[in-house]
Design a protein. Structure first.
Length: 334
């Protein structure tokens, strides 16, 4: 049964944290929706110790001015304007990164539901992680689920996923681009590749370089396999290899929420995804040692690793069956 909660007016008193949140903002798309997200962020960030740094395109000018007015009274939010002609997500993240002065940095997008306790938990966890890196599962909510974000607890959404409540949740992304790590490592890999344009693959490229820098993965031919999945444990190729190093996150309660929004797949922003995919593959081929050992990442590669993890923690496999149930979501939303 899903549990409801109603937030109290009293705000939690957090100690200072050495963490900044980087969020790219492009007001050329869904500007009204994004500005509403920013208003909520202002209400949450006020009087808190975490800094939010927004990398934003200079255009459209009117919407940018609206954004500046919204955040004017919130010193916890820093706006960095990109006046170049590119304005792609990689560029926006990099100009925001240039303003980070904390030891740790977390990467979110504007459609992630901000929960301060969850962010503080992630900050505590990354400090204890041997690799100083954590990647979190992300639940993509449906329209119906998105309307419940202020009523249902984060734990309730997690339970809903494992109860196959696809009326609330579209799917679980793992690996995901929700990452917290040390700034020094981000600088070591030179941040995001600004040759990626529009939408897509710039995050995967960043993640692979970061994970390899941390010694969590090796450059190997299996990374060239690029196939989507219906269930996270059925992932193959680079997705499976990224997920394997962070499987324990699926056992924890740190599931982030992605608020639903409409996509204009005909826009140039999304059409550039294919060009990004080609660049992603080209870069990988340059890094991979052709003589390296080839890992067979086809199922049940990831599933075996997860089953071993469940056994180590004495957890029941059926409770996590949603992770390997290859069922199209729309069939559960009828």
């Amino acid at each position: 049964m899903l549990k409801f909660f109603f937030s109290k007016k009293k705000r939690p008193d957090y100690d200072a944290v050495d963490l900044s949140i980087v969020i790219p903002i492009d007001l050329s798309y869904r500007s009204h929706d994004i500005l509403q997200r920013i208003k909520r962020l202002v209400a949450i960030a006020q009087d808190q110790s975490i800094g939010f740094i927004l990398g934003c395109n200079a255009q459209p000018e009117r919407q940018v001015q609206q954004l500046q007015k919204i955040i004017a009274g919130c010193p916890q939010i820093t706006l960095v304007i990109d006046h170049s002609t590119s304005g792609h997500l990689s560029r926006l993240r990099n100009i925001a990164l240039a303003q980070v002065q904390t030891r740790y940095v977390m990467f979110l997008d504007i459609d992630i539901h901000i929960n301060l306790q969850q962010i503080h938990n992630a900050f505590t966890e990354v400090q204890q992680h041997p690799a100083q890196l954590c990647m979190y599962p992300c639940l993509y909510l449906s329209k119906k689920g998105s309307k419940q974000v202020n009523r249902l607890t984060l734990a309730a959404f997690r339970h809903a996923y494992y109860d196959f409540r696809r009326d609330l949740i579209l799917h679980l992304a793992f690996p995901s681009s929700i990452i917290i790590t040390d700034l020094k490592s981000v600088h070591a890999i030179h941040g995001f590749d600004e040759q990626f344009i529009g939408h897509g693959y710039e995050d995967f490229d960043f993640m692979l370089r970061l994970f390899q820098h941390k010694g969590l993965i090796d450059y190997q031919p299996a990374l060239l396999l690029d196939e989507t999945y219906l269930a996270p444990m059925m992932a193959t190729g680079f997705r499976a290899i990224l997920a394997e190093s962070q499987l324990e996150q699926l056992l924890n309660k740190q599931y982030f929420l992605h608020i639903h929004h409409e996509k204009d797949k005909k826009s140039l922003y999304h059409q550039q995804r294919q060009a990004n995919q080609q660049r992603f593959e080209m870069k990988l081929k340059q890094q991979i040692n052709a003589e390296a050992t080839v890992t067979d990442t086809a199922p049940p590669y990831l599933l075996k690793a997860f089953f071993q993890l469940l056994a180590q923690h004495s957890l029941n496999r059926p409770e996590y069956s949603a992770l390997w149930a290859e069922i199209q979501g729309h069939k559960l939303r009828k």
